[in-house]
Design a protein around this ligand. Structure first.
Ligand code: UN1
Length: 480
């Protein structure tokens, strides 16, 4: 097994300390052995990216489009192999992993087209004989810092627009998912090489945030980060000191409102998917189920019935619906939240414990709390695990107030047949994304993604908004 984990200046290199990754579904299985990069590797990567960027900047829009098209094709062609890596080291089920890789393929395809039609405009001037061009230029070297929970799609929705608009990249993925990051890097490097472009404009370093991530943040022209609020805040402060642009996608404590007119079975189907799939490890997952009094008991009964039938287990077994959580740290954190819920007076309606399976793994039973208030820690903080709480409310007005009473504002949802309430909710909920009769998690790839309050900072990602972050505007005046 190669320990050459990092792609720096166009070649693979070995880092300093060794990093062994165990399969979270089966701790007796070694998923892979890698190494950790150092700050010296970051320096080399940034220098190489800087040196290579002018070639990429000067490439035609068609050349950039073709590179993205090759990345897209490779993601589709190799999706089974990639899904297996993501499932083995990250605990995703194969269908989840395939869904994510397919999404990444579509993201690269979308930006292959966007690269071709990067817009600008020509306007008249207030002065006679003068014209004004407003054009967009690449920012330079972009630092990407990404998490383990979507190890292909989240990087790709940063890599694809960064490349589409002419930037070089230094990418620091999570050190919890090095194998899939190496595989994605091979695909990007191969696509660049195939089209005669310098591979040094794309660099990838596996390492811990405080060492490698911080060194990247301190050396690049812009940082796009997805991860926790605390890390995001630190990154934003460092970027503000250097006056470089920053884009943060952080946590959520997403509410799903269930109104009394809904069908309890349909509501529970949506809520189970939204709260528990991918073991709740989605920043868009539902943590708070805000349920109107009139449907409360029927909804909870429908939830517990469905939850009893969920198949939690080894992520590579074909009938598994929910895999393990990623590691011991995450499991301990989730169990800590469950304890805090109990301490603060919540009742466990389902789950609440670690699960034994034939293999040793980080399996946690999907957990439903009832009798919770919006003031409890489990409803204030982001759990990032298969844990959701029912908050019982009198009516729609209280439901909306509870939904908005949070420091976060990433996604939200409402389940109802009432056009009046649906429209009112859409207009008044304080979240960047909102869903009617759909899970709060699970988004399209061609439209903006992002939140409000502590959930996001800076310009939106994805869709046609992505250009805002990855380009810088130049206004050119011209006397004719
Ligand atoms: C989704 O809900 O489809 O970390 C995507 C996350 C998000 C992606 C969610 N960046 O969970």
């Amino acid at each position: 097994m190669s320990l050459d984990t990092h792609f720096v200046a166009g070649s693979w290199r070995r880092g300093a300390d060794r990093l062994d990754i165990r399969n979270p579904s089966d701790l007796d299985e070694l998923a892979g052995s890698y190494t950790l990069a150092t700050a010296d590797d970051v320096r080399d990567a940034v220098a190489a990216a800087r040196a290579a960027q002018p070639v990429w900047r000067a490439a035609t829009v068609e050349q950039r489009s073709l590179v993205l098209d090759s990345i897209s094709r490779a993601l589709f062609d190799r999706k089974d192999e990639l899904a297996r890596i993501a499932a083995t080291e990250g605990g995703k089920t194969i269908p989840d992993a395939l869904g994510e890789i397919t999404r990444a393929g579509h993201l690269a395809r979308f930006f292959a087209a966007e690269a071709l039609r990067a817009p600008g405009e020509t306007l008249g001037s207030v002065r006679p004989g003068v014209e004004v061009d407003v054009t967009r230029e690449p920012v330079g070297v972009i630092g990407l810092v990404t998490p383990w929970n979507f190890p292909v799609a989240t990087p790709m929705w940063k890599i694809a627009p960064a490349l589409a608009f002419g930037n070089a990249i230094v990418w620091k993925p999570s050190e919890k998912t090095p194998g899939i990051s190496v595989a994605v890097t091979r695909i990007v490097a191969q696509a660049l090489a195939e089209h005669g472009m310098p591979t040094a404009l794309f660099n990838m370093l596996v390492g811990a945030g405080p060492q490698v991530g911080a060194a990247v943040v301190d050396a690049v022209d812009a940082v796009s980060f997805t991860g926790s609020v605390n890390t995001g805040r630190r990154i934003a402060v460092r970027c503000a000191e250097r006056m470089v642009r920053v884009q943060l996608e952080l946590g959520g404590q997403n509410p799903l409102v269930v109104l009394a007119d809904a069908d309890p079975g349909r509501a529970a189907d949506i809520a189970v998917n939204s709260a528990y799939f991918h073991a709740g490890q989605r920043c868009t997952a539902t943590g708070r189920l805000v349920v109107e009094d009139g449907i409360h008991d029927a909804f909870v009964a429908a939830m517990t019935e469905r939850m009893a039938a969920l198949r939690v287990g080894h992520s590579l077994l074909p009938d598994t619906q929910i895999g393990p959580v990623i590691d011991e740290f995450q499991l301990t954190k989730n169990l800590g939240y469950i304890e805090s819920g109990l301490r603060e007076g919540a009742e466990v309606a389902a789950g609440g414990t670690r699960l034994d399976r034939p293999t040793r793994g980080w399996f946690l039973a999907p957990t439903l709390f009832t009798g919770t208030s919006n003031a409890m820690t489990i409803n204030r903080e982001e759990v990032f695990g298969p844990v959701a709480s029912v908050i019982r409310v009198r009516d729609y007005e209280e439901a909306l107030a509870v939904a908005n009473d949070t420091d976060y504002g990433l996604s939200s949802g409402i389940i109802t047949n009432s056009m009046k309430h649906a429209r009112h909710f859409q207009a008044n909920v304080q979240s960047g994304m909102t869903m009617l009769n759909l899970p709060t998690a699970g988004v399209d790839y061609h439209v903006p993604f992002g939140g409000r309050k502590m959930s996001s900072y800076g310009p939106r990602e994805q869709g046609r908004s992505a250009i805002e972050f990855y380009t810088i505007i130049k206004t050119a005046y011209r006397a004719l």
